[in-house]
Design a protein around this ligand. Structure first.
Ligand SMILES: O=CCCC(=O)O
Length: 503
């Protein structure tokens, strides 16, 4: 299927028939209207499977972003007066239309991210789980009563929506990351200007198309699209415009630090979900097959392209060879390669040639410094220009090789031997990142000791997957500020107001 009809454009034939082609708009969404860039400019979106252009999307500048923020502020003045029950009903309707359009949303995700279709359904359902969780939270945005020190005073608190939220979302899990941010902000009573990643704008547009059907005030959600070159001007407006009260960003630590600095100039609240470099530790007393299974999901999920993917794999020296053998055997059995539209396929290409280059650099650096590839994965030839197979490296050193200090964001599993708990904790906690960590042990004392000692916002103990709508998601140190998902994710978009009454 390929077609052009007004603003609904798909430039390439694909083996999927969209049920509702109106979801494939290539315009921005501002104040309830679908608009091309004022300059008429567009930017290309590529299919990662073959690097062919699939869409051309409106390339905005700060001028349109300014208008989107004004529209969001106008909508906020109406939306903030809605009762919690009414907000909940609207969110429920949004959930219903997202569910009804699950197939098309998964297809768009596969198309612009190169995710195998089966994984795309997982990300749509993961996104939906956030909306469902936030729907429940809306009516539980409670305040408190506080005993007053002055006899004639009574003090209580309420939670108020902050106002206009700017959200900047990544390419790596577009539907889930958009719904995790936008769903929480809308649940809290805020309005949103969303800037999706230039690689995956069509997921955001489709979500907004469904949002539009629900009956929120015009301007409650706005989508401002732009390519990498226009992102700095769009980002500057989002950071500097005083009507924006909260900026929520998921992406690299370098960009997060810059945005946070800019937001500081008008003291905006920020939520920053930044780079990971997660340690994954397998102690000598671990259930080895359980640890292998955990690493398969932590390391290779989304072809290794999530911020919570294991990056440094520490394995106790005494079990290294057994672990490596089992890991290799399990990954050979687990992954199926081929067209991302084939429901049996569960491992796809990287998102772009940029992603591929980084993984290749980390591999070359490790090999140049003494690492070796463990039994090259078979059946992975001719999988397209951005494909990188699951690769296990032996004889690695996290202190001297590049993967040790930088997130690889790809399916490279460097196994680093260690000899003691003290040593591995020092290595795991060395860097400034502190998003997720994982470890496997069957020793109950060690379980508590290590969980408490790991300096990360999230710890997976005997699990390779921590992400869930009810789990507070976020990091410490240079991995971020704030928590997404869970009750904290909604509270993050509210201000606590204290009201003192004299009687
Ligand atoms: O990569 C960012 C987050 C993915 C997840 O929520 O597991």
């Amino acid at each position: 299927m390929a077609f052009t009809s007004g603003s609904n454009v798909l430039l390439k034939n694909i083996p999927y028939q969209f049920k509702d082609v109106s979801l494939l708009d290539n315009r921005a969404y501002i104040g309830g209207k679908w608009l091309p860039a004022e300059s008429g400019a567009t930017f290309p979106v590529f299919d990662p499977e073959d690097n062919v252009v699939i869409f051309r999307v409106a390339n905005l500048t700060d001028v349109e972003v300014h208008k989107a923020i004004d529209a969001a502020q106008t909508a906020f003045l109406t939306y903030k007066e809605f009762s919690h029950r009414k907000r909940r009903q609207l969110l429920h309707q949004w959930i219903t239309v997202v569910k009804e359009n699950r197939d098309d949303l998964a297809a768009i995700c596969t198309l612009e991210l190169g995710k195998p279709i089966t994984e795309s359904y997982v990300t749509v359902d993961y996104g939906l789980s956030f909306l469902e969780w936030f729907e429940g939270e809306i009516e539980r945005l409670y305040g408190e009563t506080i005993p007053a020190a002055r006899e004639n005073n009574r003090i209580f608190t309420t939670r108020e929506p902050q106002g206009v939220v700017a959200a900047i979302t990544p390419w790596n899990s577009p539907i889930a990351m958009i719904l995790r941010k936008v769903g929480a902000a809308i649940a809290a009573g805020c309005t949103v200007v969303l800037k999706p990643a230039p690689e995956t704008p069509m997921c955001a547009i489709a979500i907004a198309k469904l949002f539009e059907r629900v009956g929120y005030p015009a301007g409650t959600l706005n989508i401002v699209t732009g390519d990498a070159a226009s992102s700095p001007s769009i980002g500057n407006e989002l950071c500097r415009n005083k009507l924006v009260r909260h900026l929520s960003f998921t992406g690299s630590t370098a960009v997060g630090k810059f945005l946070n600095g800019e937001c500081g100039k008008s003291l905006k609240k920020t939520s920053m979900e930044l780079g990971g470099n997660a340690p994954f530790i397998v102690f000598e007393d671990a259930d080895i097959q359980k640890a292998v299974d955990g690493l398969i999901s932590s390391k290779f999920r989304s072809s290794g392209q999530t911020c919570v993917c294991a990056n440094r794999v520490f394995v106790h020296r005494s079990i290294m060879s057994e672990f490596a053998e089992k890991l290799n055997a399990t990954q050979q059995k687990t992954f199926v390669y081929g067209s991302v539209w084939d429901p049996k396929v569960n491992f796809g290409p990287l998102y772009s040639s940029r992603g591929l280059e980084k993984v290749q650099k980390h591999l070359e650096d490790a090999l140049a410094n003494g690492a070796t590839v463990f039994d090259k994965t078979s059946n992975t030839e001719n999988q397209g220009p951005n494909f990188f197979p699951p690769t296990i490296l032996l004889d690695c050193n996290a202190e001297t090789m590049r993967f040790g200090s930088e997130e690889t964001f790809g399916p490279l599993a460097p196994l680093v031997p260690f000899d003691s708990e003290e040593e591995v904790l020092r290595l795991a906690n060395t860097y400034e990142s502190g998003l997720a960590s994982y470890f496997y042990t069957e020793n109950i004392s060690r379980l508590w000791r290590v969980a408490e000692a790991l300096d990360t916002g999230m710890v997976g103990v005997r699990v390779g997957l921590v992400s869930a709508c009810e789990q507070p998601f976020g990091g410490v140190k240079e991995s971020g500020i704030g928590r997404e998902g869970s009750k904290f994710g909604v509270e993050d978009y509210t201000n606590v107001k204290s009201i003192t009454v004299g009687i």
